[in-house]
Ligand binder design. Structure first.
Ligand SMILES: [Zn+2]
Length: 320
């Protein structure tokens, strides 16, 4: 039988769904809106209805589906599929796995979205099934998934690998979504980079970021990387600070798992080599030489599809 896997990636505005062959070929992918009304209670039903419609439309036998792997934002208990807190969705103690299983009668596996993205990237993206990998997403926040000895690290209560909340500015720093201050996310996320650019303008520094802000009414991480490339000193110093801080944090994490690959994804990773070059330099400065020798930095290859591949792989891993 042609066994198929379903990967689901639940985000704050859209839910991405994919039907993937057992070998990893993406057959169909589509999106549905994330309906957050009524404490987002209808999401499992929305997902399952949408999957059923697609199976009917594509004449795919329900019996060919091995299972469903779901990535959800927030803290997930992978043994029960319970999402304890997902701020962006509005879930608190939500039995996502159980609800999906009751609807579909299929095996359902749930993990944190950053972990799922790491798994997907490692299966079909830049990872090449590395046994030890750190995958970091630099987007609105900083998410990460760590695979050590071939397994995603979850920890005691699903919080392992939350690299974005490593304290990098112990003496204060900017407020973070987690309620603390000085987290890596506040410095190296797209939001954090934009904030530093805005602060530089507000402080009256001599920078072309000022014209960008006047013209576009806002500043982005891309503005900072673009102007740094064009020689804007203030932008260059922001890029230097961001990559130095990120390299410092990654070097310390790398000491724990000795990875062969560090995959950088998310919007900020679109800067490509302009990001990786100074990042490698910082990493080399802070990491043990043997850690540095064993590992390479790569840009994520799957972009928005990493989550659905990862969800599918979760099913495959449990049914091999
Ligand atoms: Zn934080």
């Amino acid at each position: 039988m042609n066994r198929k896997l379903i990967g689901v990636d639940i985000g704050g505005t859209t839910i991405k769904i994919g039907i993937i062959t057992y070998e990893g070929e993406l057959l169909h992918k589509w999106e549905i809106p994330t309906d957050k009304r009524n404490s987002a209670n209808h999401i499992p039903e929305d997902i399952w209805n949408s999957i059923q419609d697609k199976l009917t439309e594509q004449h795919i036998e329900r019996t060919s589906i091995v299972g469903i792997g779901v990535g959800a934002p927030g803290f997930v208990d992978t043994s029960t599929g319970n999402v304890s807190v997902a701020v962006n969705i509005g879930w608190r103690n939500f039995d996502l796995g159980q609800a999906m299983h009751e609807l579909s009668k299929l095996p359902v596996y749930v993990d944190n979205d950053a972990n799922i993205a790491a798994v997907g990237e490692n299966w079909k993206g830049s990872g090449n099934l590395a046994e030890n990998i750190i995958a970091i997403t630099l987007g609105t926040g900083v998410g990460a998934g760590i695979i050590a000895n071939g397994h995603v690290i979850n920890g005691t209560n699903g919080t392992a690998g939350e690299i974005g909340h490593i304290t990098v500015e112990p003496e204060g720093g900017a407020p973070c979504n987690c309620g603390r201050t000085g987290c890596l996310e506040t410095v190296t996320s797209a939001t954090g980079i934009a904030r530093q650019a805005k602060e530089a303008v507000d402080a009256g520094k001599d920078t072309r970021l000022k014209q960008r802000l006047e013209r576009n009414q806002l500043l982005t991480a891309k503005d900072v990387f673009d102007l740094a490339k064009e020689g804007d000193k203030v932008s260059q110093s922001i890029v230097a600070h961001v990559t130095d801080t990120l390299g410092y944090a990654i070097a310390n994490v790398a000491t724990v798992i000795n990875p062969s690959k560090i995959v950088i994804g998310g919007g900020v990773s679109k800067a490509g080599e302009d990001l990786l070059r100074p990042l490698r330099y910082a990493f080399e400065k802070y990491a043990l030489p043997r850690i540095n020798e064993g590992c390479e930095f790569v840009i994520a290859a799957l972009e928005n599809d990493a989550g659905i591949y990862g969800g599918a792989y979760l099913v495959k891993q449990n049914h091999s």
